[in-house]
Design a protein around this ligand. Structure first.
Ligand SMILES: O=C(O)CCC(=O)C(=O)O
Length: 274
């Protein structure tokens, strides 16, 4: 069967079971080589012009702006600026497997992220669970897709996951510039014994999928290659506001507690409504 570039390959039952058991799935091919090259250029353009684009993004990691030689580049909201990134948010190659793994029929977009690790850079992403940063919305039914724009391996700081940690309950959130292993201070004796990270070596154009409670992080880049990744965060369509002390994202309208998280910034991506 001939498939168009945007045709998703459904995940197998074995892949879905692996996600349920371990809390992550690697590595799923998504992009063609041409798309990878194009996206590298687009992401690099935004990164080189962060001062210009800052007001159009949800967030630029302040610790990186202050200490770029120590903290990696991380920003949210590039889908608002770049048309190809916007298309990807709705791309069935991302949304269909995400809905399959989340076990939902309707999927809503939460936000995107870019993580850029320059060559020979010490910056880490400390061990964390994504939902520890998202408790202002509920229920906790979210999934993260980490899509590589460079081959990622141990040397250039690929993502690492702790299998089974999605069943450990919610741990505290830590600042982005914390040391890699800070979370170990908060683990019970049992969980510390089960803290057995696995490296996710993933080629450019492929992605990992992880559960909102799976512990993950990444070490510094000891290679002469950059490690660029696009991240797409999705959630179930019924997600509601749990805390309305401020808007959920910098450019988002204020939604009251109990309101559905909906509107232009939080579109339904599956089924496609166009
Ligand atoms: O790219 C990284 O090293 C971290 C990514 C991450 O934390 C995420 O995808 O949730």
């Amino acid at each position: 069967m001939k498939t168009s570039p945007s045709t998703p390959v459904p995940l197998t039952n074995a892949q879905r079971q692996k996600f349920r058991d371990y809390g992550f799935l690697a590595s799923v091919p998504i992009l063609s080589q041409d798309e990878v090259w194009e996206l590298r250029d687009r992401v690099d353009h935004i990164r080189h012009n962060l001062a210009k684009y800052k007001s159009k993004l949800y967030e630029v990691e302040s610790a990186h702006s202050e200490r770029p030689d120590e903290v990696i580049c991380h920003f949210l909201g590039a889908w608002l600026i770049d048309s190809k990134l916007r298309e990807l948010v709705f791309d069935p190659r991302l949304t269909v497997p995400a809905a399959q793994l989340l076990e939902v029929d309707r999927l809503r977009f939460w936000h995107d992220q870019v993580f850029y690790k320059p060559a020979m850079h010490p910056g880490v992403v400390p061990w964390h669970q994504d939902y520890s940063y998202w408790t202002r919305v509920a229920p906790a039914r979210h999934i993260t897709i980490h899509l590589l724009l460079d081959d990622a391996d141990e040397k250039n700081g690929c993502l690492q996951f702790v299998p089974g940690s999605h069943r450990w309950g919610l741990l505290p959130s830590l600042p982005f510039d914390s040391p890699l292993e800070q979370i170990l201070e908060y683990l019970s004796v049992e969980h510390a014994a089960d803290f057995l990270p696995q490296f996710a070596c993933v080629p450019a154009g492929s992605a990992t999928f992880h559960h909102s409670h799976t512990l993950h992080g990444s070490a510094g880049n000891r290679s002469t290659r950059p490690r660029r990744a696009l991240v797409f965060n999705y959630m179930c369509a019924q997600t509601r506001v749990a805390d309305d002390i401020q808007p959920l994202l910098r450019l988002a309208p204020h939604l009251p507690v109990g309101a559905l998280v909906e509107g232009e910034l939080f579109p339904i991506v599956l089924p496609r409504l166009d």
